[in-house]
Design a protein around this ligand. Structure first.
Ligand SMILES: Cc1cc2nc3c(=O)[nH]c(=O)nc-3n(C[C@H](O)[C@H](O)[C@H](O)COP(=O)(O)O)c2cc1C
Length: 194
């Protein structure tokens, strides 16, 4: 258990990577950790899309960058975000499908069911981030796909029900980035005891 807390507390979002590829066996361990996350009704509404080819990464990063510019993002930010994506040897795109979730006649319960699917995929994401850290890999959750799920679906020719919620960039960390620290607000400012 101490190991688990150590892993949780020492994980950081690392955004720069060495060019070495991520071994297939590591990717499979990470994806297995993700797939063991809890999920609403155990429906496992996640779909993981692994992107490693330079061609696919360039096409999707380019298409998402075009969308950010259309949305009014500054060119400097877009160039930096795109560079980080391009430099990551592997991405895991976290998609959600509602295909196996319950359907309801009313909007309130439909939204709650959808939220449960989103929560389930987010839990898979955290499992993968922790597994990556335990494996000695650098990783960062990137929200860009959330803003243009149809772009992700089109560029990668994914099934119509795949809705991209985010992606995790993966690679081996640069030595100088490993010791990055980040603060958290004091617990008492975030907890209510009753
Ligand atoms: C939902 C979500 C979206 C995020 N989106 C991005 C992103 O688009 N780009 C990025 O560099 N980091 C992103 N992050 C990483 C956060 O910036 C990071 O987790 C936060 O600053 C805390 O730092 P730490 O992960 O090193 O503890 C995201 C994290 C979450 C949970």
């Amino acid at each position: 258990m101490n190991d688990l807390f150590g892993i949780i507390q020492s994980r950081r979002s690392l955004r720069r990577y060495r060019p070495a590829p991520v071994p297939q066996a590591s990717l499979r361990r990470l994806l297995t950790a993700a797939a063991w996350a809890p999920s609403a009704h155990n429906r496992q509404p996640w779909r993981f899309v692994v992107v490693q080819s330079d061609h696919a990464k360039r096409r999707l990063a380019g298409a998402m960058a075009a969308r950010w510019l259309e949305d009014g993002a500054s060119r400097g930010r877009v160039v930096q975000s795109r560079q980080r994506l391009d430099d990551a040897p592997a991405w895991v795109i976290f998609c959600m499908t509602l295909a196996d979730m319950d359907d309801y006649p009313d909007a309130r319960r439909r939204q709650a069911e959808r939220d449960m699917a989103v929560q389930s995929v987010a839990m898979a994401g955290q499992n993968l981030l922790l597994a990556a850290h335990a494996e000695g890999l650098a990783a960062c959750w990137v929200c860009a796909p959330l803003f243009c799920p149809e772009v992700v679906r089109d560029v990668l020719a994914l099934p119509a029900d795949y809705e991209a919620l985010g992606l995790v960039t993966l690679g081996y960390p640069r030595a100088e980035d490993r010791a990055r620290t980040k603060e958290r607000y004091p617990l008492e400012t975030r907890v209510t005891w009753r």
